[in-house]
Design a protein around this ligand. Sequence first.
Ligand code: SF4
Ligand code: SF4
Ligand code: SF4
Length: 265
Amino acid sequence: MTKGAAWYSKIGTEKSKGTKTFALTGKIANSGLVEVPMGTTLREIVFDIGGGIKGGKKFKGVQTGGPSGGIITEESLDEPITYESLQALGSMMGSGGMIIMDEDDCVVDIAKFYMAFCVDESCGKCAPCRIGTSQMHDLLEKITRGNGTEDDLLKLEKIGKAMTKASLCMLGGSAANPTLSTIRHFREEYLEHIRDHKCKAGKCKDLVVYSIDPAKCIGCGLCARKCPVPCIAGEKKTPHVIDKSKCVKCGECYKACKFGAVVKN
Ligand code: SF4
Ligand code: SF4
Ligand code: SF4
């Protein structure tokens, strides 16, 4: 303020001037608020300032712009961040949120989470947003439950594009961003849920199967004591076994085992 607009305009890029504050969060080593000159790359923000991914995990993507922002992947990390570049990448500056995702995040689950938020936030005044957000949420739910089809993927794209064009305000106009950008960048991951009924990240509860590796199990019995059903059996000091027909997939055994013997597939 004291140095004036001309001085401030020297910071940043030709069209996006000055600085921008981002709320850096998610799977990042150093989370918090960062203020950077416009035009700073995502790589500098995530890896230099943010210290990279927590626990040495692999970077998967970054969601910018809050619940209606798109997901930006590895190949765009060197893109200078401006209002225009984020839009060109299918995302937006929005509130300045920057959520980092690693290899343990499931993009379908994330898209569903943000769509649920938009279903709640939609005021209902226009049909593309009121009906479209619910329809997209139902389709994403169907896919995370392992009942999705490839046709559902096409429907998601079709409804998402229609909402983007026809909604009255930017809530509906941007609500499809997380879904459309994840389908564009991670189509294979959607297809794994649809064709193979698998969620590699282990986030979609209905698609996860828990079992015990007999080579690693020492028969301590801790998992059986934690199991709420109970559906884990075995004698002391002998490998235990999960009755998959009774398992409610709560994940308590996985968290409890200190020997890495419970396997999540
Ligand atoms: S796009 Fe805007 S006006 Fe239309 S239902 Fe959604 S929030 Fe309401
Ligand atoms: S907690 Fe692990 S080591 Fe102990 S019985 Fe269960 S699977 Fe085996
Ligand atoms: S996931 Fe839950 S219900 Fe299933 S075996 Fe493990 S503790 Fe039991």
